[in-house]
Each structure stands twice: as structure tokens, then as C-alpha cells.
Design a binder for this molecule. Sequence first.
Ligand code: ADP
Ligand code: MG
Length: 323
Amino acid sequence: ETLANQIAAGEVIERPASVVKELVENAIDAGAHKIDILIEAAGVQSIEVIDDGQGIPTDQLERAFLRHATSKIQTKQDLFQIHSLGFRGEALPSIASVADVFLETAVVDATSGAMIHIKGNKIIEKKGSGARRGTKITVSDLFFNTPARLKYLKSQSTELAKIVDIINRLAFSYPSIAFNLVHNQKQLMQTVGNGNLQQVISAVYGVSVARDMVTIDDHDADFKVQGWISKPELTRSNRSYISLLINGRYVHNFNLAKALIKGYGTRLMVGRFPMAVLKIDLDPRLVDVNVHPQKFEVRISKENKLLALIEKMVAEAFDNVNL
Ligand code: ADP
Ligand code: MG
């Protein structure tokens, strides 16, 4: 069992950012409105995620760390109907197999909660705790028993950048959740959680950058497109600052990013890319989401029509501003 968990961990938990992603997605699945993410030493030392979600009932606490015990998938059909981010029941057991984990949790209106301490998948302690609603999970000593994986990690700044990227992406996708990201006691990002995407963009890129962005907002019969795009003087040397949201989910789609860049046209210097957030809403039946857990690739029906629409909207928006 421990070995199976470690093998799964090899697939799911590649680096500190993967732990952060799984824990924060669990908090989102639990209906949290506020999520604090406290990181020490780029996550190698510790990762703490505190949420105000529904909590885990005491009698299900151990079960949450059993592989697949929580899988929400019974049939292949279910794969297409999942609304939660997690569905494999693999993350907690995988994390607990390669780290030291404390989890403290209480459900709504409970008079007490519970805590469990697991290291390398061995339960070290389990006892009652306070009744603060929600879940606090602390993961430290990551990869303590898999030295090869620890060695494969990049520099702290690279690992931290990957964590920041994950949180930014989730903040864009969930503007109604208040995220607070702290590294070595220093606050890196905070959103208010009032549902306003523009405010999330300000929190991620800074108020002055966000205020100066060119906006687009239009729709046709199939697609509603909203966008925030930086002007030429605020471009970057790589395309990773282009964020795409399809029906509120963060995705990768090379063609959409390319359409935006085409619309930008010659205003963009060679080798430069805008910072941009593009939000596209459409009938879910027109989206084919690749269900691979670590990928965010999507295919869109009528894609060429959408690409043309984006290119035209961006070109017109920039024609109308003084650069
Ligand atoms: P999955 O998310 O795929 O179901 P996980 O291993 O990530 O599997 O989590 C196992 C289970 O533990 C979840 O299904 C959920 O019931 C519970 N759980 C994990 N984290 C939280 C949390 N922050 N709040 C409430 N429940 C949680
Ligand atoms: Mg999960």
C-alpha cells in the first residue's frame, strides 16, 4: 500500500507546487471562501493550507488518506460529469507517503474537530481538536524518504515561481474566493474574493499594470469574450503571461493565444508577448476537455470562428487607444 502510494506520488506529486495545487483544489472542492497558503523555503520546508470549507467528519478522516477510497468516479460516464477538481482520491495518500502531514479539521456546527498526524503513510497520532470550521493541513519534510526526487528539484526561486503561478491561475479561475499567499512570512499575493476578475488581475499584476490594460468585451451567437491586455511598453519576453479562462477554468490553448497575438499585430515587437487574461464563455457542449489530471488542454468546436473573433476584437481595441 505504501509502495503504491509512493508510485502514485511519483505521478501526481512532482514538486512542492504539485502539493500546493492538490491542497488548494481540495479547499476549493470543500466550498471554501477564504484560503490561506503559507509557504516556507519554497515549499520544501513546509506548505500550510488553511480553509473555511466544509471540513472532514471525524469518522472519515483516516479514509481520506486511503488511496482511491474517496474516488468520485464509479463509471466512465462519471468522468464527463464531475464538477469537483479532485476525483481520483489520490492526492492525500500520495502526499502523505512522501511527507510529514498534520491535518486538523472540523465540520460546520461541530462542537469539536479532529487532527491526524501521518508521516510516510504511517499514522503517528490521531486525536480530537478544536471546532474551528474548516481544514488546516501542514505538509513538511517533503520527499524525506525519496531523496532522488528531492535532488531533482530546481532552485528555490524556480520552485516558488511554480507555486505562485498555480495560485495566480486558481485566483483567476475563482474570483469569489479570497486567496492569501505568504512565503517566508512575506505576503506575495492577496485577493479579496468579491467575484471581480479585474480586481484579481490587479492583485496578480499590480494595480498600475491592471489599470493600464486595454480591455475587450463582446460576444457573438456562440462566444462571449472578455479580455485584459497589456500595452506594448508592458510586454514580456515569453508567452507565459497570457492566461486563458474557458467557462471559468484555466486552460492552455496555443491557438487562442496566437489569435490574441495576431490581433496585437505589428504593435508587438518581435520576441515580446503581452500580459493578458482572456475569459471566454460558451456552451459547455462546445468544449472538449482533456481529462488528464495534470493537463489543461481543451479543444473547442467552431474554433476558427472564435479565433477570428478574438483577433478582430483585439485589433479593434488597440486601434481605439492611443499608444
Ligand atoms: P480527491 O480530491 O480526488 O477526492 P484527495 O486525496 O485530494 O482526493 O482528498 C481525499 C478526500 O479528502 C476528498 O475527497 C475530501 O473528501 C477530503 N478532503 C481533502 N481535503 C479537504 C479539505 N480541505 N476540506 C474538506 N475535505 C477535504
Ligand atoms: Mg483532491
